[in-house]
Design a protein around this ligand. Structure first.
Ligand code: 4AD
Ligand code: MG
Length: 431
């Protein structure tokens, strides 16, 4: 008897296999029981006929309830009508544990209830699909950089200072000193870029933003490439190639999950091709005003502004050269207008908003010293960062892409809380 997994069941047609899993669904019509077995790799319908298994096995199959665990042996049959295309004609069945009163029933539940039961909710087909796609996206992200000679240099999570601004830091005690959870690996990436030229880091990132929106997590995963001698245009091109490749590979591999389980309009993703439109912040503000939005030049875009801007485009688009005043201290000033910075955001269409933020970094020691002072940053902690401008300063650029925001866009889901196994939100730390 051959142990098997549902995802590879097609290799075993007309053979006897042993499957292990849980009851996704069960129904019975007197002498025949249909159990939809979920083994984590997929689902298959198991058909248990009293006449072929005998009374005792039929009895134990009758005792199964939603999410009970069991082992089953049977013959794999191809059946076009069956979900997944195969069915198991059961010859033997062993109950492992009967689940009593599984809380998530096929009726609909409210979001707070589902979030409280996130540890169980992960078993449902929709959540399962999203997180399978997430694993693929993570893999394609790494492949993109690894295939292009980028060195993966992971950056620390405990840091002594802020990268993106001091108001959104999680602090923690570090043997009597103050440490913070990282907001971005960028500053360290700048050091490794000088050592390896093209680098990236990919890990969890923390923001104590009091933002209770569908786009904000307090813990999220960010991939951050950094490239020596790259300017703003180079990094935009890199971001464009990157997003196109990840989306293409994801659609290719996960077309069925996206279409059948998540009901994503794949056409929207197939439109993600070069070139991505590029508009300046200044033009974006003009567009917003034309659309009747009450927006002051100099402000940062809110979620609504991003949604309105994105209505113009059928694919992701860049907004570049934001006012220096609303961007981080490390942004290179625009040589044509020092009030602007060589910064860039990539916004996804369909209202998904910003998925990438980045730009060109300051390379002048004097300018950087001035910015650190102006923003009242602890100079001592930034000495090593200033060294990068003392010893072979170099133009360089990079960006960060938030995995959960990209996934929400790819999967067509409204809230980032469903794009990570155990989301951390301002009002949620468990399960
Ligand atoms: O725009 P951000 O803050 O940029 C940086 O951190 C740069 N230091 C990155 C770099 O240049 N190396 O964040 C980058 C991306 C955003 O575009 C968004 O996708 C994601 O990180 N992000 C969040 N995702 C979920 N929840 C949050 N609270 C997020 N904050 C940022
Ligand atoms: Mg940003």
């Amino acid at each position: 008897m051959q142990p098997a997994e549902v995802s590879r069941i097609g290799d075993f047609v007309d053979q006897s296999v042993l499957l292990k899993g849980w009851v996704y669904n069960i129904r019975s019509s007197g002498k025949i029981i249909f159990v939809l077995l979920r083994d984590g790799t997929g689902n298959i319908q198991c058909v248990i006929e009293k006449s072929s298994v005998g009374g005792e096995i039929f009895e134990s199959a009758s005792s199964l309830t939603q999410e009970s665990s069991f082992e089953v042996t049977g013959i794999v049959k191809e059946d076009k009508r069956a979900p997944g295309g195969y069915e198991l004609g059961v010859t033997d069945l062993k109950v492992i544990q009967i689940a009593d009163g599984y809380p998530i029933t096929p009726k609909s539940h409210g979001m707070p209830f589902l979030m409280d039961n996130r540890h169980l909710w992960l078993r449902s087909s929709r959540q399962n699909a999203i997180l399978k796609i997430r694993a693929g996206v993570m893999r394609y992200i790494r492949e993109f950089y690894d295939n292009r000679g980028f060195i993966c240099c992971d950056t620390p999570i405990f840091t002594p200072n802020a990268c993106e601004g001091t108001t959104t830091l999680f602090g923690t005690d570090y043997f009597g000193d103050r440490a913070y959870l990282t907001q971005s690996g960028q500053l360290y990436n700048e050091a490794t870029a000088a050592a390896f030229r093209k680098v990236y880091c990919f890990g969890p990132t923390f923001r104590a933003e009091k933002s209770k929106t569908r786009r904000h997590l307090t813990e999220f995963w960010m991939v951050e490439p950094e490239v020596a001698f790259a300017h703003l245009d180079d990094i935009m091109q890199l971001a464009e190639n990157f997003v196109i490749e990840v989306i293409e590979k994801t659609v290719e591999t996960y077309r069925d999950l996206l279409e059948d389980v998540l009901e994503r309009d794949i056409g929207m993703l197939e439109r993600v091709k070069s070139p991505f439109p590029r508009i300046s912040y200044t033009d974006a503000v003009i567009k917003l005003k034309e659309k009747g939005v009450d927006f002051e030049f100099g402000g940062d875009f809110g979620g609504n502004d991003e949604t309105i801007l994105s209505e113009e485009f059928d694919r992701p688009f860049f907004v570049h050269r934001f006012p220096a005043a609303i961007k981080a201290f490390y942004m290179e000033p625009d040589p044509n207008d020092a009030a602007l910075s060589l910064s860039v955001d990539l916004l996804a269409p369909e209202g998904y908003g910003e998925i990438i933020g980045g730009g060109e970094r300051v390379s002048s020691l004097e300018y950087l010293e001035k910015k650190i002072e102006e923003e009242d940053l602890p100079r001592k902690e930034f000495e090593w960062y200033l060294d990068l401008r003392r010893y072979g300063s170099f133009p360089h650029s990079g960006f960060g892409l938030g995995v959960e925001r990209l996934l929400a866009y790819i999967c067509g889901i409204q809230h980032v809380r469903e794009t990570i196994a155990f989301p951390r939100l301002i009002n949620r730390l468990s399960p």
